[in-house]
Design a protein around this ligand. Structure first.
Ligand code: ADP
Length: 457
């Protein structure tokens, strides 16, 4: 191993020997000059050899660098060592890449890599059969030129890939594909495409089945309930021992009717298109209607009901659906709050979102039940629900309707203290209507657009 210090000593020694000898012969300066030129020549020669060796194509010719001595020998060896290390690392990388490509080729789902210019970089074999991509002609093509569906374009450019997109396969309307995109690196995208035709078929069969069964059960239940009501109207003619069973039969048939009604509503929510934010309606009048209807049903409980909502606020969506969702929450508050309890409905908003809070000081819900509360038929306490005629579908309906309006539901509750159900809508789903200029005196416009909190007993 040569070191700089050793090399320096060697040079010093040569110069000293040549200097002393040439001094005796009286040719010091020319000798030193010749010696310097010789050493320079040797260095230039080594540089030339190194440059020649570097110019070789090392991918095909793996020959070692030329033999050398001194520091140059160390330089040649160092470069050769580095080159070997790099060759090993790239072989490892190549084998990893091959493995990744082979394993993704075996997958049934399509994997497509799209660069930051939206062009195709790489795709696996399944993508060719699912999307009709051709190898290698389509490399570098824009993905939006190859998948021309406007819904795909909207999804691709939205850059919001939280939910997957379901679409008919390009060129085959019988096949349903699910697209899921993830971004990585410098705005590059990885697109995963799955064939969900079978899954979609089963899901539609399930929805149709629930819809059809509910529909078919509707008529017999109405008939049974009708007869029971007729019997109850003539209860005095009935043997007293039948009176209680008939009452119970009537109660249960009402529950069955409610379950069928809720199942039908859920199945229609699942099959209908999402309501577009085009239709608008006054939120305060919707909430007043819900308050009045609920107070009418539960008037015996004499609840203390407060409603706070800015009269100029408008929701954008389906009024009927939002009536169902919000009235479910308010009716639940009334159902699960004892007589003389308090129910408050508050609406707040800022630039970004609007929240509707339905709060009560009723029996409350144990925290362990909160995550599962919006599941179908999930009930905290079966006896509690049958007493109140609940179906266990109400909150599932609420969640579904809110989702269809880009909203979300949060629940806070404490057993014995009461509950608070918060519906949050994004800024795209509400607006503040402009007050009619001529009908509103300028100095009091703020007051006229705000419905003052009302308390109803
Ligand atoms: P149900 O028709 O049984 O009321 P929901 O889906 O509307 O079904 O509610 C699910 C369960 O959540 C109910 O069984 C009830 O136990 C509980 N719950 C809902 N709202 C309230 C509330 N405001 N206070 C207490 N418990 C509630």
């Amino acid at each position: 191993m040569y070191t700089w210090r050793g090399e320096f000593k060697r040079y010093l020694l040569i110069f000293a020997v040549v200097g002393i000898v040439s001094y005796f012969f009286g040719v010091l300066l020319p000798s030193l000059l010749i010696l310097t030129l010789i050493l320079l020549g040797i260095d230039l020669l080594q540089l030339h050899r190194l440059q020649k060796w570097l110019a070789i194509d090392h991918a095909s010719d793996k020959s070692a660098p030329p033999e050398s001595f001194g520091v140059w020998g160390g330089v040649f060896d160092g470069i050769y060592r580095l080159q070997k290390q790099e060759r090993r690392a790239s072989a490892h990388l190549e084998s990893l890449l091959n493995k990744a490509q082979e394993s993704s080729a075996a997958l049934e789902m399509g994997i497509v890599m799209i660069n930051r210019h939206n062009n195709l970089d790489w795709w696996n074999r399944a993508s060719e059969s699912l999307l009709g991509l051709r190898h290698p002609q389509d490399r570098g093509q824009s993905i939006t030129n190859l998948i021309r569906d406007p819904q795909f374009h909207e999804y691709f450019h939205s850059e919001n890939y939280d939910d997957p997109l379901k679409l008919n396969a390009p060129g085959d309307s019988t096949q349903i594909l699910e697209y899921q995109i993830a971004t990585f690196g410098k705005h590059e995208r990885l697109m995963i495409v799955r064939d969900i035709t079978q899954l979609h078929r089963l899901e539609s069969m399930r929805k149709d089945f629930v819809g059809n069964v509910s529909h078919e059960l509707g008529t017999p239940i109405t008939v049974i309930k009708g007869y029971l009501e007729a019997i109850i109207d003539n209860m005095q003619d009935l043997d007293p021992k039948w009176q209680k069973p008939i009452q119970q039969m009537h109660q249960q048939s009402t529950r069955m009717e409610n379950i069928v009604r809720d199942l039908l509503l859920l199945s229609s929510l699942e099959t209908k298109h999402r309501p577009k934010p085009q239709d608008s309606f006054s939120l305060s009048s919707l909430l007043s209607e819900i308050r009045n209807d609920t107070l009418q049903i539960y008037k015996k409980k004499s609840h203390n009901f407060t409603l706070e909502c800015d009269a100029s606020l408008e929701l954008l969506g389906d009024r009927g659906e939002l009536y169902s969702a919000l009235s479910n929450l308010v009716v639940n508050a009334a159902k699960y709050t004892p007589a003389n309890g308090t129910i408050s409905v508050r609406v707040e908003h800022d630039e970004e979102s609007l929240t509707i809070e339905v709060e009560d000081n009723g029996i409350g819900i144990d925290v362990q039940h909160l995550p599962r509360l919006t599941e179908r038929f999930y009930r905290v306490d079966v006896s509690r629900s049958s007493e109140t005629g609940g179906t266990g579908l109400g909150l599932a309906i609420v969640k579904h309707i809110l989702m269809r309006h880009d909203g979300e539901l949060n629940i806070e509750s404490e057993i014995g203290e009461g509950s608070c159900f918060v519906c949050r809508f994004p800024q795209t789903r509400f607006r503040q209507s402009e007050p009619a200029v001529e009908s509103i005196p300028q100095e009091s416009s703020a007051d006229t657009t705000t419905e003052s909190p009302s308390t109803t007993h």
